[in-house]
Design a protein around this ligand. Sequence first.
Ligand SMILES: Cc1cc2nc3c(=O)[nH]c(=O)nc-3n(C[C@H](O)[C@H](O)[C@H](O)COP(=O)(O)OP(=O)(O)OC[C@H]3O[C@@H](n4cnc5c(N)ncnc54)[C@H](O)[C@@H]3O)c2cc1C
Length: 490
Amino acid sequence: MNRRTLLKNSGNMSLLWGLNGLTLLESIFMSRVQAATGWDIHSLIRQLGPEDALILIPTHELYSRFNQEFNLRTAKLPAVRILVKNPQAIVTSLQWLKQENIPFSIRCGGHSFEGLSQSHSVVIDTRLMNRVDVDLDQHTVNVGGGASLGQIYNAISPLGFAYPGGTCPNVGVSGHLLGGGYGLLARSFGLACDSLLSAEIVTADGRIEVVSEDRNPDLFWALKGGGGGSFGVVTRFTLKIYPLPKVSIFSMSWNLPKNKAATIFNNWQAWIAEAPSEITSLFRFNKNPDGTFYLRTVGQCIKSETWLQTELRNLQMASPQRQSTKTLSFTDAASNFAGKQDYVSVYMKGKSDYIYNEISEIGINVALAGIDQGSAGAVGLAFDGYGGKIAQVSETESAFVHRNAHSVLQYFCQWQNPAASQSRMAHVRAVHKSLRPYVSGFSYVNYCDTDISNWAHAYWGQNLERLIDVKTKWDPENFFKHAQSIPVRG
Ligand SMILES: Cc1cc2nc3c(=O)[nH]c(=O)nc-3n(C[C@H](O)[C@H](O)[C@H](O)COP(=O)(O)OP(=O)(O)OC[C@H]3O[C@@H](n4cnc5c(N)ncnc54)[C@H](O)[C@@H]3O)c2cc1C
């Protein structure tokens, strides 16, 4: 395209040339998106400088780099991605979205199981607000609403501190903490949301509010487990961190025929129910290519490796085929559990069930028979052990209600070829269905699942009505919404 054709095609976009760092060509492409969508993108560009936001449309050279999502099954390509850099840019963007009546989603780490941070239209993306500032005197950290868990851990672990979040480094702090957030320090220090001291949030009426025990306590309560994307865009968290230069970790595994697997698991579930709160542990099942089952339990402990080894004698009665203990820094332990730090995308479907009392041996055998119906590795089960500090907070003290659970059972199913989607989804749904008689009917919002018909009750139980009150007060027009956001009353 020569300069004359460029200018002819550009219309009034030449007025935008230079704004928000736009080249002439980019401003022409912006004009085209404006023409195609009918949205007044010019008005947004005029209000946001490059220091406020990076605005990406499909022709931008950085567009595909920022599209990466964990779950390819639910990935969407937005017409406009607004990578906000400060709270005021979010206020401006939200005002524009409201004026133009454009649906949008909010994105942090992009790990929602059901793509609830995805949109075909506009995404408010917080990833560039990822600063992490540690206060060594106060034992706190200030974290931007777009940081990943790995960014937090990399900042605090070399200083000898830990934070009780999940082990996957690419999970975003916002989605994770707002849904509760379980990690391998949870029985020692509580869920990720239990260490929240205050947050800054842009609300539906365009205010930038600070919430804490003392300021806006109703919203503070709701942010601790009420799920992401319902109350506003969180721009900053102040979190308590814990002096912990080293952790000790363990792993035990078995390859066994199906009929021997339930006994091993029963030993673990009895042990974790009574285990000291210094240890957090989970248990996984997978089918091997030779038809046997791979069973593995891992865990993390805030006491010494020697102390851990003594405590583990109770589990060793089940004669593991492989076992190890190690002493590591907190970040090395997280990498040990989660593997590489690269952002991985796969096709996946996840589901969950809370177990309140231990699951019966019949229930486990039903689950294993269900997994056995499919190919090796197709559907896996993981039980995250609860108790300890998680249970020391009452069910109503924060929005996270499942305080007295024994464990949460996660069904995970991942695949690479989209042609396998239908059969994989059918398989994981069948295993989940077969377990209805043996589980509580409650689910974990961070393992969100759009198959659940009564999802709001399943996620929040007795706290749902109070969450609806908070939502109705702060966002009466239901501006912040997705397939499983908190509804407004009436
Ligand atoms: C590989 C993997 C490992 C995981 N491991 C664990 C684990 O160990 N423990 C555990 O508890 N969970 C785990 N999860 C689940 C994870 O906690 C949730 O998927 C969580 O919601 C992801 O947050 P995110 O910011 O990465 O996701 P996103 O998809 O970006 O967001 C999730 C939700 O939060 C909303 N949201 C995002 N940013 C903001 C914001 N700034 N303000 C308000 N709302 C916002 C979104 O709109 C969406 O509704 C894992 C998930 C995956 C895929």
